[in-house]
Ligand binder design. Structure first.
Ligand SMILES: [Zn+2]
Length: 311
């Protein structure tokens, strides 16, 4: 096995909406998630976020409506013929423009939402193309700056989720020395298909920070349990995940059979945690309870794990 790299990467910045990370260039119209200001396509400092772009478009369209109303007023005045009618046309025009302006002011926010949706629909292909360019840029750094390549793919993955991108990230992560203090993500990497890299990564995360193992990760391991078992350290991976699962009563209730299959491989603290959780469950989960007690008996015999004698 090749030596793992010691790397650092920036914490992942979480945003309320996935598209908050998307930037569009005011000059060339390209999309990217990799840069906050400089456009990777044309190199100019002309990126803005999508809400700002939508706001600009909404304002522009409202301005042309006002301009059209002003033009109508001028036309009416031009064809009015006599002085009183010119006055009436002008007054009606001013009133019309004022009403229109007021209506626009009231309708701005809903209009902005419609415009944002339309912008996404209209630019769907361009957004996709931009993200593919971003992936290419990440791939170009795979050998020279793997940590940066991972960061870039992680950003793309916010908007474009598919197995090849997730697989590439899992593969990269398996070449790094992972630490507990790293901002490790699991859920966004869960693939539809089986990946030994992903399985290895989940096992490592389960050991480093079991809080990160949620129901979806446990389900992934269950779905591909035979494949994971056949990996060189597959049983260890599954035991780590089972060990992480016993921290929640809910997971014990949902996956008692899975945990039972790896109870014999659980480290001492996990086994104790499991028995403690089960003791609060009188009458249910009997097979798991029996297994946990049996593993405990075989491992520690008559003595307690902390050295004292158990009655
Ligand atoms: Zn540009």
């Amino acid at each position: 096995m090749s030596k793992k790299l010691a790397v650092t990467f920036k914490p992942y910045e979480r945003t309320p909406y996935a598209y908050d990370k998307l930037r569009v260039c005011r000059r060339c119209g390209s999309y990217t998630v990799l840069s906050p200001d400089v456009c990777p396509s044309c190199g100019r400092r002309a990126l803005s976020d999508v809400p700002a772009a939508a706001r600009r478009e909404t304002r522009r369209s409202m301005q042309s409506e006002l301009l059209f109303a002003a033009l109508l007023t001028l036309l009416a005045m031009f064809f009015a013929g006599s002085m009183p009618w010119i006055g009436i046309s002008a007054a009606a025009g001013v009133l019309l423009i004022a009403l229109l302006g007021f209506a626009q002011y009231r309708a701005f926010e809903p209009q902005l939402r419609i415009r944002t949706d339309r912008l996404f629909a209209r630019d769907r292909d361009r957004i996709r193309h931009g993200l593919i360019q971003d992936i290419r840029a990440a791939e170009a750094r795979l050998d020279t700056e793997p940590a940066r390549a991972y960061e870039m793919l992680r950003e793309v993955n916010t908007l474009l989720r598919n197995d090849p991108i997730r697989g590439l990230q899992a593969e990269l992560l398996q070449t790094f020395v992972l630490r507990r203090d790293m901002d490790l993500l699991v859920e966004p990497l869960l693939m539809d298909g089986f990946s030994p890299h992903l399985a290895g990564y989940i096992g490592e995360v389960a050991r480093l920070n079991r809080e990160l193992i949620k129901e979806s990760s446990i389900r992934y391991c269950l779905r591909y349990e035979p494949q994971i078992r056949s990996l060189p350290r597959g049983e260890e991976i599954l035991a780590s995940v089972a060990g992480a699962a016993v921290r929640m009563k809910r997971y014990i209730e949902l996956y008692p059979e899975f945990i039972r299959r790896y109870a014999h491989k659980l480290p001492e603290d996990r086994l104790e945690r499991l028995r403690e959780a089960l003791s609060q469950h009188p009458g249910s989960l009997e097979p798991l309870k029996l297994e946990a007690d049996e593993v405990y008996r075989v491992r520690f015999g008559g003595r307690s794990p902390r050295g004292g004698n158990r009655a």
